[in-house]
Ligand binder design. Sequence first.
Ligand SMILES: NC(=O)N[C@@H](CC(=O)O)C(=O)O
Ligand SMILES: [Zn+2]
Ligand SMILES: [Zn+2]
Length: 430
Amino acid sequence: MSTVVIRGARPYGEDAVDIEVTDGVITGIGSDLEVGTDVEVVDATGLVALPGFVDLHTHLREPGREDTETIETGSRAAALGGYTAVFAMANTDPVADNAVVVEHVWRRGQEIGLVDVHPVGAVTVGLEGEKLAELGTMARSAARVRLFSDDGLCVADPLIMRRALEYTKALDAVIAQHAEEPRLTVGAQAHEGDLAARLGLAGWPAVAEEAIVARDCLLAKHVGARLHVCHVSTEGTADVLRWAKARGTRVSAEVTPHHLLLDDERLSTYDPVNKVNPPLRTAPDAKALRQALADGTVDCVATDHAPHASQDKDCEWSAARPGMLGLQTALSIVVATMVEPGLLDWRGVARVMSERPAEIAGLPDQGRPIAVGEPATITLVDPAARWTVRGAELASIAANTPYEGMELPGAVVATYLRGRLTARDGKATA
Ligand SMILES: NC(=O)N[C@@H](CC(=O)O)C(=O)O
Ligand SMILES: [Zn+2]
Ligand SMILES: [Zn+2]
């Protein structure tokens, strides 16, 4: 039996307590707990204790682009960012559209042991949008896939989407849609608006996202299936979600840290570090997304952590790949955009970064209350810390962070997965 006492932590930012952890489970919570001589005591004075974060949207690039990220380096970035579970998107090479690939990702994640790596299965074979992948085989595999997505690409054909919703309903799974009507984004490089016009970049109109979200909400309601909307980026999408939820659609949605903080003004330098899908939108969109996250219209934060090699980013705008790192900066961006302005308290942070994503993905042992008898899957946050982002110092192999040189508030100090320390003071334990 191994026992640790986390001393003086503030669960959800509330009163300081001691948290006793024995064999991976919380066995005591109270002030000044008795501590035996063989017990390790961790000083957590002033730190906020939250349930470990769950990321529904991560790109780990293994298999296929291990020069930019691997399950191992991505697991380190996740643990350092306070995550205890991540969902690895299917747009790898080969695509995770079959049991062999998803089982590899799941097993490799467990071998490393820093974070539960849940593979997302592709909806269509090869992400080609034409033929449904074997969803049932992936669901029944050792990886027990419950989240399916062609992310990077939209399941654009409405009949394929309808069939996919029917299958996932039967499997008690959920489709995560990258909402982008491809006919409206041919050649698109930036949010369609004044700035793109001035910069001479072909536009990616908000309606390309909103039209698919509206269509899919209607389809999900018709089928009685669940739908999850990836990286919501416009005010209009938040309006559609509000309408769909009010009429009983089983829809959930995520927003990325970068769409909460950044806007298309950043594109004026033509630095491709700001290129991402969906594109950075306007400042009023970002403001509306913060409001939608605060009021629950958007359920959770997901990083869309998207590592890219320097040769795919340090090049001309049109040739650069879209995507940004996100795992190690997410908590700080949520503090800057939601906690500091008073839009969310720490209970709210637990909701959007842990509890809701765990519920959406159906993870029984993540996003749990910090209470006796619950798994000791806990993230300790220093709310007073400030730190400066340096891409080269992040655990990812790639360094494409849009926050380079920015000083951010709030820092993850330690992460525990079922009682096991996975990161502490900026170092992953494996
Ligand atoms: N977000 C991005 O800009 N890129 C993602 C794909 C995606 O999330 O659509 C990627 O895989 O690089
Ligand atoms: Zn996407
Ligand atoms: Zn993505």
